[in-house]
Design a protein around this ligand. Structure first.
Ligand code: PRX
Length: 635
């Protein structure tokens, strides 16, 4: 029996038991047998959640790109590593072999080096879903630079905050990006951001849309001629196991975004191992994850996990509804996709358009379907199962987080019986627990509580860039000796987990994590606004949408509320990005507060969800009278 590739349910249980009884031995074997190391480790794991300090494979030396590219060259050099499917289907797909990927990454790495980038430097990547995006990540990893990818839908303000937080020396971007019928001028967003980023010395620009751009002399350079002139040979930098590989920002419930730091060896081992099993990838399969590389799903399961397994991974530039709502299925048919991984919000949006867009295409290549990013509702689950998988392809509902690096709770396809809306069982080596508010572990089944993990796994984030204290407070202080996920979950009668949602002030909208605090900060910048509170409410397609309660400095009917709503959403778009726009904005004379001045979001959440039952005891509020007024004017 191979621990690396689980093939049936008894095997899963057997290996799972071993993985938690003797984690060191388990993770040592996985690492030893399936990766290329320049030097072996002295210790598999050392950890102390109270500090917190977590180290995996300490003493080992490696380069992740040797594992993701070089080692496949001898046996699989001509195999397609990446299928690039452009926004416009008429442009035609591009197949990049492992050999070509090797050349492209080396050339890019040499260009970065020639602009002074060296081991440990931070490089911000603000690119659309084009091959250069994947190549940039790998080029940084090749030379030991730490990449910080910022999703190319973020605004200039959000971009500059992230660049400054990690002191990036360089930005890689493009002139523009295509999104269906639209194009977005990325370079001008970068120009605006860099007015506030003195740390950036160089900007390298990929030409994609050929929109006119300005190049600031001495700072900005087109990358194409540099790549043409660069050597395609670049020796990999030999990294320590615990050297940072990348920073990726995620929203917190308060304040500025958290730059989660992932390190090299553990991240590689865990993403590769989970990819192999969660998608049961076998040689010759074509795998497609529709996420953007700007999110952790793209890092782990478009780039690193698949490539470490020598897989063929599809990289799609466009959107699900261009040229029409059949685009995903057209791509599945065209490339004979075997594993398809997407988010519930996309499933709901496509389901709404009807099955005629699906029926047009041959989806018989599909073996496994995946979902990630938010709880999947029963209706969407069945639509996916009936119409896309034709009841033959198991659905892997994978629960995990930016912080966890890889999938944590998931069925193993063809092994674990699936159950709609349940992420089911922990992956190998993962030890989930449910905790009550008093800090006790809830044992037994048919219970619910706060989801924690009580033992480290190789790809757990190691810190928040520049703020270890915040890392400790956010994840390791709520429950002693536990990693706290911020999610609630229930465990059913057979021990399956169902994730019920966030228990903090993070709201997941269309699969994107949004903290309420930065949105409220943005709204409060409007000169007419005195105070605001954001909550989520159920939405058919987005899962949750945002509802804002806003109090104005001057009340009265004289204000043009519709115009104010537009202005508020405009500020949010500028400060964060269009993904954080509010669906509903209710103006109110005051917000319900506790006697200590804290906004009672619980009440606001219920009102926004039209759930007026059981608002709880409002009499202890500082201003109980505002509750009725808010209910009377709910949108
Ligand atoms: O609330 C959980 C939800 O998404 C959060 C993590 O978001 P992010 O860091 O952006 O990573 C998303 C992609 C890995 C979690 O705390 N979430 C993620 N997957 C699921 C989920 N909720 C329910 N079911 C899932 N399968």
């Amino acid at each position: 029996m191979s621990n690396y590739h689980i093939k049936n349910f008894p095997e899963y249980f057997h290996i799972y038991r071993n993985s938690v009884r003797n984690p060191e031995l388990f993770w040592e074997e996985i690492a030893e047998e399936h990766f290329l190391w320049r030097e072996k480790w002295n210790k598999v794991v050392s950890w102390d959640f109270s500090k917190p300090e977590i180290k995996w494979y300490e003493g080992a030396k490696l380069n992740i790109t040797e594992n993701c590219i070089d080692r496949h060259l001898y046996t699989n050099g001509d195999k397609t590593a990446i299928i690039f499917e452009p926004n416009n289907p008429d442009e035609g797909a591009l197949h990049i072999s492992y050999k070509e990927l090797h050349e492209r990454v080396n050339k890019m790495a040499n260009v970065l080096k020639s602009y002074g980038i060296k081991k440990g430097d931070r490089v911000c990547i603000y690119l659309p879903m084009i091959p250069e995006l994947a190549v940039s990540l790998l080029a940084c990893a090749r030379i030991g630079a730490i990449h910080s990818v910022v999703f190319a839908g973020f605004s200039s303000t959000a971009l500059s905050t992230r660049i400054n937080d990690s002191d990036c020396k360089m930005v890689l971007t493009s002139d523009g990006s295509y999104r269906g019928t639209k194009s977005i001028e990325l370079k001008s967003i970068v120009d605006e951001a860099l007015e506030n980023c003195p740390c950036v010395e160089t900007v390298l620009v990929v030409e994609r849309t050929n929109t006119p751009i300005t190049l600031k002399s001495g700072r900005d350079f087109l990358i194409a001629p540099l790549l043409d002139a660069a050597s395609n040979d670049c020796e990999p930098e030999i990294m320590d196991a615990e050297d940072p590989l990348f920073i990726l920002y995620t929203s917190g419930s308060t304040g500025k975004p958290k730059g989660m730091v992932h390190t090299t060896a553990g991240y590689m081992v865990y993403t590769a191992y989970t990819f192999k099993n969660v998608f049961q990838y076998i040689k010759g399969d074509v795998y497609w994850c529709t996420a953007d590389i700007g999110w952790i799903t793209g890092h782990s399961y478009i780039v690193y996990g698949p490539l470490a397994n020598g897989a063929t991974t599809v990289l799609f530039e466009g959107v699900p509804n261009y040229p029409n709502y059949g685009r995903f299925w057209e791509i599945v048919e065209k490339h004979k996709v075997n594993q398809f991984y997407t988010a519930p919000t996309a499933i709901r949006a496509l389901a709404k358009e009807g099955v005629e867009f699906v029926d047009h295409y041959d989806l018989s290549s599909i073996k496994i379907l995946g979902t990630v990013g938010e709880p999947i509702n029963e209706e969407a689950w069945h639509w996916y199962d009936d119409n896309i998988g034709k009841k033959k392809a198991p659905i892997v509902d994978t629960w995990w987080q930016t912080e966890t690096g890889g999938v944590m709770i998931t069925p193993i396809p063809f092994s674990t019986p699936t159950k709609p809306t349940y992420a089911t069982l922990p992956f190998l080596g993962i030890q989930p627990v449910l905790m009550d508010d008093a800090g006790n572990e809830i044992t037994g089944n048919q219970v619910d509580g706060k989801l924690c993990i009580k033992y480290p796994w190789p790809s757990i984030a190691r810190t928040i860039w520049g703020d270890h204290q915040r890392f400790k407070e956010t994840y390791f202080s709520t429950f002693k000796n536990m990693y706290f996920t911020g999610d609630g979950a229930l465990r059913d009668e057979v021990g399956y987990y169902r994730i019920t949602g966030r228990v903090d002030d993070v709201i997941i909208v269309s699969g994107h994590n949004l903290g309420t605090a930065p949105i409220e900060d943005a709204i409060n910048e409007h000169p007419a606004v005195s105070e605001s509170a954001i909550v989520g409410f159920p939405h058919d397609i987005k899962g949750n949408a945002l509802y804002g309660y806003v109090t104005l400095k001057e009340t009265g009917e004289s204000r043009d509320h519709d115009n104010l709503r537009k202005e508020i959403n405009q500020i949010i778009t500028e400060q964060i990005g269009p993904i954080a726009k509010l669906d509903k904005i209710q103006f109110t004379d005051a917000l319900p507060k506790t006697r200590s001045g804290k906004i009672m979001r619980r009440i606001l959440r219920k009102i926004a969800s039209n759930d007026m039952s059981n608002l709880g005891d409002t009499s202890t509020l500082l201003n109980p009278e505002v509750v009725q007024d808010i209910i009377d004017n709910v949108l």
